[in-house]
Write a protein that binds this ligand. Structure first.
Ligand code: GSH
Length: 261
């Protein structure tokens, strides 16, 4: 894709609380690739991404380089990592294939399910989400969004096809991926692939975040204390699984520390 109105440096367009954006942001920060984050409010993001021929965020733009998918942004971060220990793609071909297959699985399953599950709780109480959905976005977008929050909830509900059976479906999907990761970790391995952090770990931890609420999340997320009792109970159950505990450990040990946010 060509960038018609490219900004001067590298820019990561985001919806700051989005977990796919968190995956890309984490990879770029971990690799030490310089970029400026430009956050947009949900729905309004399309005005920014359309300029570059994209739709969803994260969208990375640097000169003629336009990357419209988090997996491509992880690959760029890997190519440009400041040192080899900051690379997220394994060198060894079998390990690379394994890590990419896991990344793809979590992109298609956990990322979609955790977002849908969280929205089933947040959409009926959209007021609770607005302070977080508007953090890190231009003030004018925040000002526009507040009075339109009911319409925004409708747009998200229709866009993600959230209906009466969504929570049950999403919970099952999340649990399946937690079980899948738990089985893989059952032999005591410290990472999903090989002996160092890879895109499989980062993608799993970031895309499970809407179900786990890790403290070191790189974007705005409400603390568990602000969730409804029913939602918080479910989060605690997800956190108590071996895969949930693993994602929280990956966050604690490999994401920037909470004080730097
Ligand atoms: N496969 C994409 C998924 C990105 C995605 O679903 N982004 C959502 C935010 S979580 C988005 O942009 N939603 C707003 C929209 O579709 O306009 C990736 O990995 O980058």
């Amino acid at each position: 894709m060509k960038a018609p109105f490219a900004p001067s440096g590298a820019v990561l367009y985001t919806i700051p609380f989005s977990h796919y954006c968190e995956k890309a942001r984490w990879a770029l920060e971990y690799a030490g690739v310089p970029f400026e984050e430009r956050g947009h409010a949900p729905a309004i993001n399309r005005f920014a991404t359309a300029r570059f021929g994209g739709t969803t965020v994260p969208l990375f733009v640097r000169g003629a380089t336009v990357l419209a998918d988090s997996t491509d942004i992880v690959a760029l971060a890997d190519r440009e990592a400041s040192s080899s220990d900051r690379r997220l793609l394994p060198d060894e071909p079998d390990a690379l294939e394994d890590a990419l297959a896991l990344e793809d699985r979590f992109d298609r399953r956990m990322g979609v399910a955790s977002r849908a599950w969280a929205y089933t709780y947040f959409l009926p109480e959209i007021d609770k989400l607005i302070p977080y959905a508007t953090q890190g976005v231009p003030w004018i977008q925040a000002a526009l969004l507040r009075p339109m929050r009911g319409a925004l909830a409708g747009v998200i509900r229709r866009g993600l096809r959230i209906g009466p059976s969504t929570r049950e479906w999403a919970r099952t999907r999340i649990q399946e991926d937690l079980d899948f990761v738990g089985e893989r970790l059952a032999d005591g391995r410290p990472f999903l692939v090989g002996d160092k952090l890879s895109t499989a770990d980062v993608t799993f931890a970031a895309l499970a975040a809407p179900a786990l609420f890790p403290e070191a999340y790189g974007g705005p997320l409400p603390p568990i204390s602000e969730l409804s009792v029913a939602m918080a109970d479910e989060v605690k159950r997800f956190r108590d699984t071996s895969a949930g505990a693993f994602a929280l450990r990956i966050y604690r040990q490999h994401r920037r520390s909470a004080e730097r946010r």
